[in-house]
Design a protein. Sequence first.
Length: 230
Amino acid sequence: MNFRTLTLSFFLFASTAFADVSVDETVFGNSLGGWDARGGKAADYPLSGAEYRTFRPEITPTPDGGIFISLRIDHVRGWLSSNDHAMLEITVDSHGRVASAQSSIAIQGRSVTSDLIRGGNDAGQQVAGVDHAVKIGTDLIADVSAKMLREKLVEAGRVSFPAALRHNYNLLYQAIRTSPKAVVVKNPLDKPAANPKATPALKEKETKSKQLEIRPYGGGEKPDLPLKKE
């Protein structure tokens, strides 16, 4: 393999070394029954004998190339009762792996907030992306469930709120997508492109400036000498 081939191979590899991370909202919404509530902004569905509503996720990019997902989930209690609210926050790294998760539930003026559940740093967990996500989800729900038990909540829809969080967490994880991200890298073997905005006069001036002018030593033109008479 010659130097040119090796160089081109390097740039080809570099252009696919990164990935774009996103959430397929259509897949996520369909898994909840469709974005049919609130003018296409939410999905209503039954779970464990109660009614819940999930709103479209709010997604922002993170500095390291991943995404931060904020998801609102309501426990719909009926016309004469105020709904309970929950927030599920998930950070996904640039490789599409869940890096951390946290949740909070607000019920009648009381708030239950889980610890920030982070992934481990050992190599085994980093490689096993699915097992890594399952562990974070399990630890998250265990933490928020334990804190809700201390609040002595007995209503069916409220007791099953952690299960609704886990339900959304699982479906949201399945909707995370990664795709190759093309990176424009300048090839040093390529010649610089001509300036498309250059006018004909400017092009002529640039061409003349590149030509070397050869003059006799002293700067003046060589004078014509008279012919010697025989």
